[in-house]
Design a protein around this ligand. Structure first.
Ligand code: ADP
Ligand code: MG
Length: 680
């Protein structure tokens, strides 16, 4: 048996040159070779009679050459080889262009199998450059369902077909099974050897399906096991074991009653924190579902046990807002809160550092500034990260490293389709706040075009007249901060000078100094500004209950989930609220996407639509996607299989937590490779 992870030079026909070309396709080992799955298939298996071929049909016929092949020189450099074939039902003219060498391979009176695209006009049938092989020998490229591989220079279909066939033969007795027999039986999955053989050499459509089903399951199973193992590793780590407390002690001092969902999620988190193992929990909740109060409850729980909490927010404005909210909620309990942002003076920062080191501050709320070297804790027991997808895993971990295995709570307002959540946050436990506080109204959403500009402006003026405030999210021109900035400035200038000269307007963008931003935001919060023109810096979390309308320019340039986030800036108070989306694109897809958003108000549904329309790569922006590459599985489509694979992975780890059993060795190896690939 050949070495599965060994090289492929032993394969006939693969010399140094071709090995190099194959490397371009990602094939270096024997295992890579047999895992190089076809991108498509061509059915060259069914024999058609010549009389039955239709014009333009790709067909396979078995026929006798019934005229001597002749060379014709049509014009300089162009040679035609022509002859006729017949299968007894009809005659067909065959032409090869510039392949005069074939003259000696084709003999009058002999039988061949031809595959090609036939042309037909009445009884006049022709085919050009068909693939052919002599009948009577074992057929290689015709007479079967042909796999179609992605190619590169120097590598033809034929070379790949032959190499892969040899590769499969070489390991036919030694391809280790990665899916436990019980699982295969439960889901009717074929074994590994059969699957690899059938995916490359199927005899029927069903063969392809059976092979795919098994291989997709395998892919998702390995993925699930890898994540399960990480989760298991985290689970077994000891963590601060907090003495259980009744959450009602916390809830009773809040100005509102918690929703059932908030209560449930807090109970789950408290359960983790008193289990003796480290908490690693993701709290997902739609905009406005009240995640901050959940986080505050956890900070309260930690503080009651004498532990410090660090609360990390993605922007200064949010850090400040959270600081204000958490102080309000926690100070009645005598819990001391501090704020730490990058723009504070050195002296201010040093004071916070000192308080943290001495344990005089219980909860610190801050931006990335929390990661700086000066930050040391006396007893860091809890790390909270808000709007998690903006932070890398490393940042979360590096904050946690400032303590001794603190509990970790991550909050995401981007509802992630369950499929993706399982993968991206695979090592986390997930809680969902699937309920909004009572009294929230639906935000009426309209997708409009330029011809509505006048009416929208009147609407803005009317709402402001009623005492409400308005957000205008300005053109996202591109990813470039500079152009966006220029666009916002000129948009704002026009709005202030020409459109609403009598209203109080302000402008907010990412290039302003922190202090300026804060002042602008503060003024808007305090009701001193009627209209706030802003880039997406206000996207997450900012809370102004009096804002009742958000207008988004170039809405077609945003993802639906992001628009939903933006929309969540309004409707946070008791006022009827609206969202107007200017569609400046002509594409029908844009119109369709925006229409979907007008109808939907559930962030999870919206994220599913977004995912289906734009694919997972786009979902978080490809850079942040963190999704593993899969060969066959479509993470957004093969949901059922993923659930099943997750289930089976769990069962497997219950019976063999460290994958020590002999029959799981191949799986263990695959997981190791998966982990390596994820880390790179
Ligand atoms: P998000 O989940 O988007 O972070 P927030 O935590 O900012 O939501 O909460 C949104 C608003 O709802 C805040 O003004 C908060 O005070 C309020 N809120 C949170 N929970 C409740 C509740 N159970 N009842 C009423 N209002 C609530
Ligand atoms: Mg929030």
């Amino acid at each position: 048996m050949a070495e599965l992870y060994g090289g492929i030079r032993f394969i006939k026909g693969i010399g140094e040159q071709r090995a190099k070309s194959l490397e371009k396709l990602g094939i270096t080992t024997l295992y890579d070779l047999i895992s190089y799955f076809p991108r498509d298939y061509e059915d060259r298996s069914r024999l058609t009679s010549l009389s039955g071929v239709e014009d333009g049909e790709c067909a396979c016929v078995s026929a006798t050459v019934c005229s001597s092949p002749r060379l014709h020189l049509v014009r300089k450099g162009m040679e035609l080889l022509k002859f006729d074939i017949t299968d007894g039902t009809a005659k067909c003219g065959v032409t090869f262009f510039n392949q005069s060498y074939l003259k000696n391979n084709i003999r009058h009176g002999e039988d061949y199998r031809f595959y090609g695209k036939f042309n037909r006009a009445g009884n006049f049938i022709t085919v050009s450059n068909p693939i052919f092989e002599k009948e009577g020998k074992e057929l290689e490229m015709v007479g079967r369902i042909m796999p179609v591989y992605r190619l590169t220079a120097g590598i033809s279909q034929k070379i790949l077909v032959r190499a892969i066939r040899q590769g499969l033969d070489a390991i036919s007795d030694g391809l280790p099974e990665t899916i436990p027999a019980s699982t295969r039986e439960k889901y009717g999955l074929i074994d590994v050897v059969a699957a690899y053989n059938l995916i490359h050499d199927p005899k029927s459509e069903e063969d392809i399906q059976r092979a795919r089903t098994r291989l997709i399951f395998e892919e998702l199973f390995v993925l699930s096991c890898a994540l399960q193992r990480r989760k298991f590793a985290g689970k077994t780590r000891a963590g601060y074991k907090l003495h259980p407390l009744d959450p009602d002690m916390f809830w009773s001092k809040l100005p509102f009653a918690p929703t059932d969902a908030q209560k449930r999620v807090v109970a789950e988190a408290f359960g983790d924190m008193s289990s003796g193992r480290v908490m690693n929990r993701l709290v997902q909740g739609d905009v406005g579902s009240g995640k901050t109060a959940v986080a505050a409850a956890c900070c309260w729980f930690a503080a009651c046990a004498g532990l410090q909490s660090a609360f990390m927010a993605p922007t200064e404005i949010l850090a400040e807002q959270h600081y204000a909210t958490l102080s309000d909620m926690l100070e009645p309990f005598g819990i001391r809160c501090s704020l730490l942002t990058g723009h504070m003076t050195k002296k201010q920062k040093n004071e916070v550092y000192e308080a943290l080191r001495l344990g005089c501050t219980d909860v610190v709320i801050g931006t990335h500034a929390l990661l700086s070297e000066g930050v040391e804790f006396r007893y860091l027991g809890l790390v909270v990260a808000d709007e998690q997808h903006r932070f890398g895993v490393e940042q979360r971990t590096s904050l946690a490293k400032k303590g001794d295995d603190p509990h970790v709570l991550i909050m995401s307002a981007t509802p992630i389709p369950r499929t993706l959540a399982l993968i991206i946050y695979g090592e986390l436990d997930v809680s969902v706040i699937d309920q909004l506080p009572p009294g929230r109204q639906k935000i009426d959403t309209f997708a409009v075009r330029e011809d509505m500009r006048e009416r929208i402006n009147k609407f803005i003026a009317r709402l402001v007249g009623e005492g409400r405030q308005v957000y205008i999210i300005c053109p996202a021109i591109d990813e470039n901060e500079l152009t966006n900035y220029a666009a916002v400035e000129s948009y704002y200038k026009n709005l202030r000078e020409n459109v609403f000269p009598n209203l109080r307007t302000a402008c907010l963008h990412g290039r302003m100094k922190a202090a300026e931003k804060e002042a602008v935001m503060r003024a808007f919060k305090d009701g001193e500004t009627d209209i706030l023109v802003s880039t997406t810096v206000i996207e997450v979390g900012v809370d102004v209950p009096n804002a009742a309308l958000i207008v988004v320019e170039n809405a077609d340039r945003f993802g639906l989930s992001q628009l939903h986030q933006l929309r969540g800036r309004v409707g946070r108070g008791s006022h009827k609220s609206y969202c107007v989306l200017f569609n400046q694109s002509d594409s029908p897809e844009s119109a369709q996407r925006l229409r979907a958003l007008c109808k939907l108000s559930d962030g999870f549904k919206i994220s599913e639509v977004d995912l289906n329309m734009r694919g997972p790569g786009d979902f978080f922006g490809s850079r942040q996607s963190g999704l593993p590459a899969t060969k066959l599985a479509e993470l957004s489509c093969d949901t059922e299989t993923l659930y099943a694979a997750q289930e089976e992975a769990k069962l497997l780890f219950e019976s063999d937590p460290e994958l020590k059993k002999f029959e799981n060795r191949a799986l263990a190896e695959k997981i190791r490779q998966f982990d390596d690939a994820m880390l790179n």
